[in-house]
Design a protein around this ligand. Structure first.
Ligand code: GUN
Ligand code: FE
Length: 430
């Protein structure tokens, strides 16, 4: 019998091309060493005798990818949602994140956070931590133990924040970033550091210069925020008169896709030039519809991103988004696109269920490599979903069941979760 082969059976649903579903009723998903060999409606003879984990009529879909979220904000979800971004940061976010200077607080808060993430549909995530090195390492240790596959960033910020939550200067910020990256060396297999300048208003040019050097030295990816809020964009214009547009302020320091794999959250208000640069540089966009609604930021023109061929995925942006569920983000992405279409721009057709499903799986997954699909060669991340709780007439297709699940899912519907071929839920609670 072949070794390290894992065979799962159920109603398979994935999307290998934007806008299209791939489904197999009672299909077999075969993987070896954590990588998919193929999907089959009849199990090929070669694997006769191998054990099959049969999930009955459960839906088997690729794990969901959250391209943008803030772990220390998890405790503050759903608070101060009447504020816009800059005020919200001041009143809600900075005080919340400052608490992670206390390691006892950080350990308990991050333990809860990781437990919730484990029980969610997310298998991969790009995560902002706080400015604190020890707490960031606690978070990374817990995530590593959970089996989830994540990129985690110690946040850099050296200006325009309260003194109690800001690094003293660019040199110190860079110094603690190096210290953190040294600690990360050879320590993790599923957890990767990602360079995390908070956003341009909080990062001086000196700091961005330092981060460019660090990026080159360590060859790590980059995540940040971009063109989220009108006031923020105006502020960036004043702070960086030399930049052609907001994204250019990152690009001038090699932190915008050309040198480093980069993901930027939001782009609600990006102009043509900025979007063109994003496309040219291969920057990934994390569309975070719930956050954009909660903080009254606006509605991102996702259809335009897609038409331009910009690499796009979904983000929860916890705690701008109150929910960590990427199923919820899919629903909001559809709903927000309909409002934009109806109220602002009737040339941008609303997003469909299969399109947001693609964004949440293969779209965002591309940031992690061959992730987010059941095509051969992809890493095996799988969610097993029991939708029998949701009453239905008989005869729904897999596509219809999946569309309905986007709107009606509950956490208890997750039966099992696999990451890189390993079952991580329901067993790996830290
Ligand atoms: N821009 C800078 N910091 C943040 C943050 O924590 N959340 C969001 N949504 N936008 C930001
Ligand atoms: Fe954010």
């Amino acid at each position: 019998m072949e070794k390290n082969v894992l065979i799962l059976k159920g109603d398979l649903c994935y999307s290998s091309v934007l806008g299209e579903w791939d489904t197999i009723e009672q299909g077999y998903l075969v993987c070896k060493d954590g990588v998919i060999i193929g999907v089959y409606s009849k199990l090929p003879k070669r694997w006769n005798g191998c054990p099959v984990t049969d999930y009955g009529h459960a839906l088997l879909i690729p794990g969901l990818v959250d391209l943008h979220m803030h772990a220390p904000q998890y405790t503050y979800r759903g608070l101060h949602m009447d504020l816009e971004l800059l005020k919200w940061l001041e009143v809600n976010t900075f005080p919340a994140e400052a608490k992670y200077a206390d390691l006892t607080y950080a350990k308990e808060a991050y333990r809860r956070f990781v437990n919730r993430m484990l029980a969610s549909g997310t298998t991969r995530a790009c995560v902002f931590a706080s400015i604190h090195v020890p707490a960031t390492e606690v978070l990374m240790d817990l995530l590593e133990k959970s089996g989830l596959c994540t990129m985690v960033g110690k946040v850099n910020m050296d200006r325009n924040a309260p003194v109690y939550y800001q690094e003293e200067n660019a040199r110190k910020s860079a110094g603690s970033t190096r210290e953190w990256l040294e600690h990360c060396r050879n320590r993790y297999s599923n957890t990767q550091p990602i360079l995390t300048p908070r956003f341009i208003p909080a990062c001086s040019n000196e700091l961005l210069e330092e981060l460019q050097l660090i990026q080159e030295e360590y060859g790590i990816p980059v995540q940040s925020h971009l063109s989220e809020n009108v006031e923020e964009i105006q502020w960036v214009k004043e702070l960086c008169p030399e930049a052609e547009f907001y994204g250019d302020a990152y690009d001038r320091f090699g932190l915008f896709g050309r040198q480093a794999k980069t993901v930027m959250a939001h782009c609600v208000h990006s102009g043509e030039q900025e979007l063109e640069r994003i496309r040219e540089n291969g920057v990934f966009l994390a569309h975070c519809p719930e956050s954009n609604m909660n903080l009254s930021s606006g509605i991102a023109p996702v259809r335009r991103f897609l038409e331009m061929g910009i690499r796009t995925g979904l983000g929860s942006d916890v705690a701008g988004g109150a929910s960590e569920s990427i199923f919820t983000a899919m629903m909001h992405a559809i709903q927000a696109s309909k409002l934009r279409w109806r109220l602002l721009e009737d040339s941008l057709r609303p997003l469909t269920a299969s399109e947001v499903f693609y964004l949440a799986t293969k779209g965002g997954g591309a940031f992690f490599g061959k992730v987010g699909s059941f095509e051969p060669g992809y890493e095996l991340d799988v969610l097993v979903l029991d939708d029998s709780r949701i009453p239905a007439q008989e005869g729904l297709s897999i596509e219809q069941r999946m569309e309905r699940f986007i709107y009606l899912h509950q956490e208890q519907d997750l039966v099992a979760k696999y990451v890189r071929g390993r079952k991580v839920y329901p067993s790996n609670k830290p």
